[in-house]
Ligand binder design. Structure first.
Ligand SMILES: Nc1ncnc2c1ncn2[C@@H]1O[C@H](COP(=O)(O)OP(=O)(O)OP(=O)(O)O)[C@@H](O)[C@H]1O
Ligand SMILES: [Mg+2]
Length: 457
């Protein structure tokens, strides 16, 4: 039940994180005893790194502890993070407290130039941290550490090598992007000092039920708890997002709520999913965009379209799979994700991606319908070869009795060549099966050809 799992302190409530909170408390005890520790809270967007940090730190600022906390920002200035953390004024070298000369030798030999201003600044900052820890144990908490600026990263690595008996606990909360381009030396930092890594997983179904209970103040029916957990893949950000929408729409965690979740749910969770996939890093954004354009989990095609690495593509597909937004058996990505990701792009970028995908699928000898689906979705004028593909796809669709598909491809052809009598007749033929009233319209236009139909954007 909630009380057993929730960590409540000063209003911060997290469910299902007892084990992580006690690991953090244990590391703090070790740091208090003069055994410095570095801990990485690691997990994907929305899994609850900041919430866990809040729950751990709330109420800990007292006489017996100093807590310094900062959030790393993308493209922050050099030393921006460490300045926010320690109140650096830009390189105070006058702080000659003799806390930590012990690391100088190894650091000097490893630094670019032993007497450089950079070295002196790194040293001064480390002394400041050691000075803070001399009075009381110190927690240095860095949220969104994947965005940490290079100079601050360097300082953290420098500090990591120098920690010996300081009563310091460094907590880094970061998305997996930290292990990619963002912070290639992270492993080195973590190896340099005694450390722990806490991989935050998604919430268990019982924890999701607790979160529903806490948020809505009502007991969910088991089927709703299960549906919510499945829909959100146990990701607390998505659960809170879904629950907020429910509150807004007056939906309860009951049988009607189950129906609501099945119909409205995917659309509601897709928006934040698209947001965090596209905001994570340029590489993840590229992979997510490629997946959204193609709509299938074909790694080879995604790689060819975006240049993303296999590992990144796998990560994004796994994220979507865990949220039931990618079906590995069918190899298809849910339409709501495609709409949400592509909706965030400009028309030009979307068109370029669509044209690239069409070319790629065509060169790979994929079915004409797959190529044509990309062309139909473009708002820009198709290239000449694309009109040929649309014709081909229309004929094939007609042959297999898919008159709606045939009509759709022919409509697109006629937007470019409105006076094409053969095309108009073929379209009328297709529509006569699919939609007789529109077929009559096309036949009427055949006798009085007018200006081209405006292209919808
Ligand atoms: N264990 C939890 N119990 C209750 N609510 C939680 C829990 N974890 C996260 N939340 C809620 O879910 C939302 C997302 O959590 P949070 O911001 O901590 O994720 P994050 O991992 O820090 O994401 P990001 O990578 O974007 O920084 C917040 O509203 C938070 O309060
Ligand atoms: Mg966070």
């Amino acid at each position: 039940m909630v009380d057993a799992r929730a960590a409540k302190d000063g209003g911060t409530v997290v469910v299902g994180r007892d084990a992580e909170l006690s690991t953090l408390a244990g590391l703090l005890t070790e740091a208090r005893d003069g055994n410095p520790r570095i801990v990485l809270l690691h997990g994907p967007a929305g899994v609850g790194k900041t919430a866990l940090l809040d729950a751990f730190l709330t109420g800990r600022t007292g006489d017996d502890l100093t807590v310094r906390r900062a959030v790393a920002r993308p493209a922050g200035p050099p030393y921006g993070l460490v300045s926010a953390l320690l109140g650096d004024d830009g390189g105070d070298e006058s702080d000659h407290s003799d806390h930590s000369d012990r690391g100088d030798r190894s650091d000097r030999s490893e630094s670019d130039d032993g007497g450089s201003a950079t070295y002196r600044r790194l040293l001064a900052l480390s002394r400041r941290a050691a000075g803070l820890a001399a009075d009381r144990p110190l927690i240095l908490a860095i949220d969104d550490a994947q965005h940490c600026d290079a100079a601050s990263r360097r300082w953290l690595e420098f500090l990591g090598r120098r920690l010996v008996h300081d009563r310091i606990l460094v907590v880094l909360a970061a998305r997996p992007a930290i292990e990619r381009a963002a912070w290639p030396d992270l492993a080195e930092l973590l190896l340099a000092a005694p450390h722990r890594r806490i991989d935050l997983g998604v919430l268990a179904e019982a924890d999701v039920a607790d979160l529903i209970r806490l948020t809505l103040g009502r007991e969910p029916v088991p089927a709703f708890g299960a549906a919510c957990s499945r829909l959100c893949g146990g990701n607390p950000l998505l659960v809170t997002h879904l629950l907020a929408a429910m509150e807004q729409q007056g939906v309860g965690p009951d049988a009607a709520g189950c129906e609501w979740a099945a119909t409205a749910g995917p659309e509601i969770v897709a928006a934040p999913v698209a947001e965090f996939l596209t905001a994570e890093s340029p590489e993840v954004r590229a992979a997510a965009t490629g997946i959204a354009v193609l709509g299938v989990g074909d790694r080879q095609l995604i790689r060819a379209l975006t240049g993303a690495s296999d590992r990144l593509i796998e990560d994004v597909l796994n994220t979507l799979r865990d949220l039931t937004l990618y079906d590995p058996a069918e190899g298809t990505v849910h339409e709501v994700v495609r709409r949400a990701v592509l909706g965030g792009l400009g028309a030009r970028e979307r068109d370029e991606l669509r044209a690239g995908a069409a070319r790629l699928l065509n060169d790979a000898g994929r079915p004409a319908a797959d190529v044509a689906d990309q062309i139909v979705a473009m708002s820009a004028t198709p290239e000449a070869w694309m009109l040929g593909v649309l014709w081909d796809a229309a004929r094939r669709a007609e042959r297999r009795g898919d008159s709606v598909g045939a009509a759709c491809y022919l409509e697109r052809v006629l937007r470019e060549t409105p006076a094409d009598i053969t095309g108009r007749l073929a379209l009328a033929r297709a529509l006569s099966t699919a939609d007789p009233s529109t077929a009559m319209e096309h036949l009427a236009r055949r006798s009085t050809p007018g200006p081209p139909t405006p292209v919808p954007v």
